[in-house]
Ligand binder design. Structure first.
Ligand code: AMP
Ligand code: GLY
Length: 421
């Protein structure tokens, strides 16, 4: 059986390694993949957004099943195009991917169907937004409508910062067309939880919960990044909260998407905040999270391809999906300077004694050597019977991975451990 995975980061490396546990799979192609993924799949030099080339490749190779992992191709309609060409696919349609592709769409959906989220207003005119901000509660949160590489959210601590944020999005277009419509929303507080779920539009199976660490530096200091580390499960996400989320958020979201004629099939990611007034949705993603996937999938005990096929054929309810009772930790190694300017091209080496999984995000192969090519270079992932042991192991093993100018956070999971005590 031939599988194709669209994407080329640490998330895709993790998905590919998990898929490989299925022995019916004879070959996996990654489009475009990366230098680390090349050890586990055949990398093909086709960009994740080049939908015509992706479909052409899939037909030519006789791909039996495709997985589209990143947001961009999903929002552009890669799954629709592959399905039209007769290739079974894991991932939402373009219409369903709108749940991530447009913040205005997702906020209006939540309002219409009574799904708890921050209060908000939508603006298409800068003057109206600036006028609104004169009396809005501060801090306030300003979001560009469309995809902005995960950077389209500004938390303004002062009124002046809020004015500047609106101007940067609507006048200076720092996020391009994504900023021509904006959402200004209520600032919420509380622990954040990521819940990825499998859904075929009929039933929904939440995966083990996780926690991301978005800031670049220890103590949650520094700039926002694509994620510097993750742990699973998230200790703040108790069984009672899980039950409440299922009733008030997960099922209502699936029902809302069906009612809108946008049945969601794939991985639906709920970014939640556990506020003093209950769990609220901060964001939806139409895909696996990165680097959440790096800690969630290693704990999955059920065959991933079987689940993905059941989602595609809308038979998810027939499966009994199991996660291990243990825990996982991921420490991301990045290049000094990330998320701003950083250098590339340093050789990556991993000691033979390394017992952790190394999921590669930003690296290329040159003359048999693995060289850094991105800001977030790789994630070192350990699993164990509990979170403390998983973290101890991840931090021991990270010492066995080397490249010049590497840095990582030393406090991944610290807050979670404190919460457990
Ligand atoms: P997003 O790209 O929507 O995930 O937002 C990035 C981060 O901004 C989230 O992970 C939160 O930490 C923060 N954030 C987003 N919306 C809010 C909000 N309404 N209140 C407080 N923090 C928020
Ligand atoms: N880790 C957050 C995301 O994947 O968007």
């Amino acid at each position: 059986m031939k599988i194709m995975v669209v994407g080329g980061g640490g998330r895709e490396h993790t998905i590919i390694k998990k898929l490989k546990e299925n022995k019916e799979i004879t070959e996996i192609f990654a489009l475009p993949g990366n230098g680390g993924i090349a050890a586990d799949a055949t990398c093909v030099d086709i960009g994740a957004k080049d939908i015509a080339a992706i479909v052409e490749f899939a037909k030519e190779k006789g791909i039996d099943f495709a997985v589209v992992a990143p947001d961009d191709p999903l929002v552009l309609g890669a799954v629709d195009a592959l399905s039209d060409a007769g290739i079974p696919c894991f991932g939402p349609s373009k219409a369903a991917a709108e749940i991530e592709g447009s913040k205005v769409f997702s906020k209006n959906l939540m309002k219409k169907y009574g799904i708890p989220t921050a209060e908000y207003e939508v603006f298409t005119e800068m003057d109206a937004a600036l006028e609104y901000l004169k009396t809005a509660p501060i801090p306030t949160v300003i979001k560009a409508d469309g995809l902005a590489l995960g950077k389209g959210v500004i938390i303004a601590e002062t009124r002046d910062a809020a004015y500047d944020a609106v101007k940067s999005m609507m006048e200076d277009k720092v996020f391009g067309a994504s900023g021509s419509r904006i959402v200004i929303e209520e600032f919420l507080t509380g622990p954040e939880v990521s819940v990825l779920s499998f859904t075929d539009g009929k039933s929904i199976v939440p995966m083990v919960s996780s926690m991301d660490h978005k800031r670049a530096l220890d103590g949650d200091c520094g700039l926002n990044t694509g994620g510097m580390g993750t742990i699973a499960p998230n200790p703040y996400y108790t069984d009672d909260i899980a039950k409440e989320c299922m009733e008030k958020i997960f099922l209502p979201t699936i029902n809302a998407m069906n009612a809108e004629g946008r049945k969601f099939k794939g991985c639906l990611y709920f970014g939640l905040m556990l506020t003093p007034n209950g769990p609220k949705v901060i964001e939806y993603n139409c895909r696996f999270g990165d680097p959440e996937t790096q800690v969630v999938l290693p704990l999955l005990e059920t065959d991933l391809l079987t689940i993905m096929k059941a989602v595609e054929s809308e038979t998810l309810a027939d499966l009994d999906i199991k996660f291990s009772k243990g825990a996982a930790a991921c420490v991301v190694m990045a290049s000094k300077g990330y998320p701003e300017h950083y250098e590339k091209g340093f050789e990556i080496t991993v000691d033979e004694t390394c017992e952790a999984e190394v999921f590669v995000a930003g690296a290329v192969l040159r003359d048999g050597k693995l060289l850094t090519s991105g800001g977030r270079v790789l994630g070192v992932v350990a699993t164990a019977d509990n979170l403390e042991n998983a973290l101890t192991k991840a931090y021991k093993e990270v010492e066995k991975v080397h490249f010049d100018n590497a840095f990582y956070r030393h406090d991944i999971g610290k807050r979670a451990l404190d919460a457990l005590k």
